[in-house]
Design a protein around this ligand. Structure first.
Ligand SMILES: CC(C)(COP(=O)(O)OP(=O)(O)OC[C@H]1O[C@@H](n2cnc3c(N)ncnc32)[C@H](O)[C@@H]1OP(=O)(O)O)[C@@H](O)C(=O)NCCC(=O)NCCS
Length: 232
């Protein structure tokens, strides 16, 4: 794990073999790193507000840290039409940011069973979701699981975060929007949540057994990661 000291991920007992593939994480405090961006990256920020300049430039800084750790030659990280990062050939990864922290994860993309095909990452500040937002994000069964007796306030944020990670992991290859109710997640295993895919086309595209979900919760933040393995 690179440059995560003092961050919400500092306490993360991050198994670098989390999903069977060595992966690198970088989490850094959000500030203006735009002077360090490549000109091609800075061009993506045309007319953006300061907040976006800061989150984008810190996210790119994390991503470049990850690539350096993976031994990949430095180069601009541009943007696909769907908003995802154009990673160098042979690398998969994902970026997320709150107003305070940015995180990037990356790994070499393998070809063999169990190795990495795509990944998504998400960092969220724990907040209460209104009943309206919760209904949009959670299926009835998910709502039952996270609103019952003894449930914790972070669980709704965790569910939301896992769905954002899933979206980032699968949207680029699926090529279509993925709705919140297209997947159903169970948090019962907390650190190792499980997912079932309810959208038929998405289930053909990706079998839920090939998805690894991970969750880490601090006092303030939820960190989630989803990783898609090649079928074994
Ligand atoms: C795109 C989206 C996932 C971004 O999540 P977010 O919590 O708003 O923002 P985050 O800071 O966590 O992530 C932003 C990063 O996601 C990445 N991203 C953006 N669009 C992406 C996409 N289509 N696929 C993969 N990654 C994407 C980018 O790297 C972006 O950062 P950058 O622009 O600085 O490079 C979210 O705004 C969205 O549109 N969600 C769609 C609905 C959904 O989540 N459905 C769930 C289905 S299960």
């Amino acid at each position: 794990m690179k440059s995560c000291a003092g961050s919400p991920l500092a306490q993360l007992d991050c198994p670098t073999q989390w999903a069977g593939t060595p992966m690198v994480l970088s989490c850094q405090a959000v500030k203006d790193h735009s002077p360090n961006l490549y000109p091609e990256e800075r061009a993506l920020l045309d007319r953006c507000a300061a907040r976006r300049v800061n989150t984008f430039s810190t996210g790119r800084r994390c991503a470049h840290t990850v690539l350096q750790e993976l031994g990949v030659a430095p180069a601009p990280l541009l943007r696909n039409p769907d908003g995802s990062v154009v990673w160098p050939t042979g690398v998969i990864g994902s970026v997320s940011h709150t107003d305070d922290w940015a995180v990037a994860v990356g790994a070499e993309s393998g070809q063999g069973p169990g190795s990495a095909k795509a990944m998504g990452v998400d960092l969220e500040l724990i907040t209460e979701l209104s009943p309206k937002v919760l209904a949009m994000v959670a299926t009835p069964s998910e709502r039952d699981e996270i609103t019952g007796d003894g449930q914790q306030p972070w669980q709704a944020t965790a569910l939301f975060s896992l769905k954002e990670s899933l979206y980032k992991c699968l949207r680029p290859s699926f090529g279509q929007f993925i709705h919140f109710h297209d997947v159903q997640i169970s948090l019962t295993g907390t650190a190792y949540p499980t997912v079932s895919i309810r959208n038929e086309a998405l289930a053909v595209h990706c079998e839920s057994k090939d998805l690894e979900l991970r969750l880490s919760v601090t006092l303030d933040h939820v960190f989630s990661m989803v990783w898609w393995r090649y079928s074994s």
